[in-house]
Write a protein that binds this ligand. Sequence first.
Ligand SMILES: Cc1ncc(COP(=O)(O)O)c(C=O)c1O
Length: 382
Amino acid sequence: MVRVKADSLSELRQRRSAKWRSFPEDVLPLPVAEMDYPLAKPIKKTLIDMIERSDTGYSGIVPELTTAFANYAKRNWNWEVNAEQFHLATDVGVAGVEVLRLFTQAGDTVVVNSPVYLNFFTWIKEVHCEVKDVPLLHVGDQWALDASGLEAAFAAGAKVYLLCHPHNPVGHVFTKAELEKVAELAKRYNVLVISDEIHAPLIFSESEFIPYLALNYAARETGVCITSASKSWNLAGLKCAQIISDDPKIHDVLQGLPIAIPWRTSILGAWASVAAYDEGEEWLAAVIRNIDENRHYLKKLIDKHLPKAKYSIPNSTYLAWIDLSAYELEDVAALLLDKGRVALNNGCDFGVTGHNFVRMNLATSKEILKEAVKRMASVLEA
Ligand SMILES: Cc1ncc(COP(=O)(O)O)c(C=O)c1O
């Protein structure tokens, strides 16, 4: 069985990603969604081979990636991907913006469910549209879609719904019933559903992930999937994402994507993604086992050291969404950074419902998690 161990702090501090260069040396950084694990061997090998052959030119279209993704989707989710409607993009951010650009005009409304991935707000702004927030419902430890709020937003004329499936930062995996409701409403009100499925391979055993386009006919008629291997196999710096549809009318509109779009995708990213989808499942299973342990370990740490904090264990992703409102502090993330020397995402960046929350990265070692919680407690429980 493949085992994966997080790099040590001294190894991690040699990394050059923004996560490791944005803070002073004495700060423990857990905000950016990237993993502290070493790369999967098949990906490493692919990249090293390419570098040794100086194979670092332009990519262009990569049919092998369509096949690798389609096979992965069939094996894991029983999704028959339409290979004729498969596009590359630089990253999921670019994919989201380019699709929004094609389906909206300035001033149109785009629906999101806060608290939600902070860049949904910047993508919508980039295409000069307006955000309509239909916050997720949080009942006990469960998150859920507010279907009547969604219907009201659609009925009021929204053009696009940016669905974060699975959901960053709360880790909710939308259920079949929720997705059926989304598809039914999207069809009734003629709303495009952009389903951001970047976290889809990162699911724990209690949940089932259903790709939006694999749901039913109404979903295929209303949906575009944007995704990539970058979250699950830690390839964010390699720049390669996918845009997928399965409907002739949507396909026609997507023909308006910039001709250069595959050329703006990295060749290293494209082939690393082929290796991830074709040969990365064992590594991913090992990583999910680590994160599974970590999501429960964090609960124990919080119960012991931060008794007033509230944390619902996520069903997917490697992100923990922690409610610190009981500590009644102004700008708690800034305080934790300043006094505790621990960097977390500020919940406010995820929409108004994120006020007094922080987001913590679980794709790391238990030692780092423990140290992070100790640093938080030194400020909050002082
Ligand atoms: C839901 C979601 N979409 C998109 C992204 C960004 O993806 P990319 O780096 O491919 O733009 C993230 C990053 O964390 C994310 O959580």
